[in-house]
Design a binder for this molecule. Sequence first.
Ligand code: NDP
Length: 245
Amino acid sequence: MSNIEGKVVVITGASSGIGECSARLLAEKGAKVVIGARRTERLEVLTNEIRSAGGKVEYLKLDVTDRDQMEAFVQFAKEKYGQVDVIVNNAGIMPLSALEALKIEEWNRMIDVNIRGVLHGIAAGLPVMKEQGFGQFINIASIGAYEVSPTAAVYCATKYAVRAITEGLRLEAGNSNIRVTLISPGVTESELADSITDDEARQVMKDYRKISLPASAIANSIVYAIEQPEEVDVNELVIRPARSA
Ligand code: NDP
């Protein structure tokens, strides 16, 4: 039996891209997945697909910027399946632009979704995992958590923050049987670039995305981090395309 079978895996941002692909793969491997995002019609389609294939899944509408909704999402998982083994804090947005464009509303939204969303996931999940005496957080950062590029200052800042928060959580959770994993994808096929409203940034990203990894490359890394024996804590994975742009 794999170390995934029967585990309850909660995934934020599972209506497209990496989250959707991970939900499908984890369910195939016998996890009970609990998926959340704002676009519930997408979650419903995915739920039906996973159930038709014999998998176990529940979904709930979720906006990670709302702490109460995140709390309700984790409690929903606990009510449905009795425990929470893994929380994948995956939801994120990336409306890139140069700082001088002053797209301040987009800066704030990135901070709210990419940083506060992850913190809300930790706030909702940590007490549950502490009480259970086991658990795992998998936070999705980016190669933008290691290097900054033009038009990506705020996005990278949010991902540097996710990296710092995840490392802090790992250090603090060390004695509690709670595993903490940071996964940092390079460019990956998804709907992430659709949130870019700035023409120049959109064009740069369009060219850059030609070398995109399939979402399954990142889903596989999530599987890897979960399926290790419980005494093995995979701390950090960086996954880039083999070719450069
Ligand atoms: P997608 O845009 O395909 O998926 C993002 C997901 O986040 C969607 O399901 C979206 O659902 C959800 N989401 C956005 N805002 C919220 C919110 N407020 N509350 C709940 N869910 C929300 O992109 P990816 O799959 O690529 O992104 C997943 C993660 O991977 C992100 O954290 C991203 O930063 C990271 N990443 C992606 C890379 C790439 O090249 N694709 C590279 C590096 C990192 P909905 O709109 O329905 O709420």
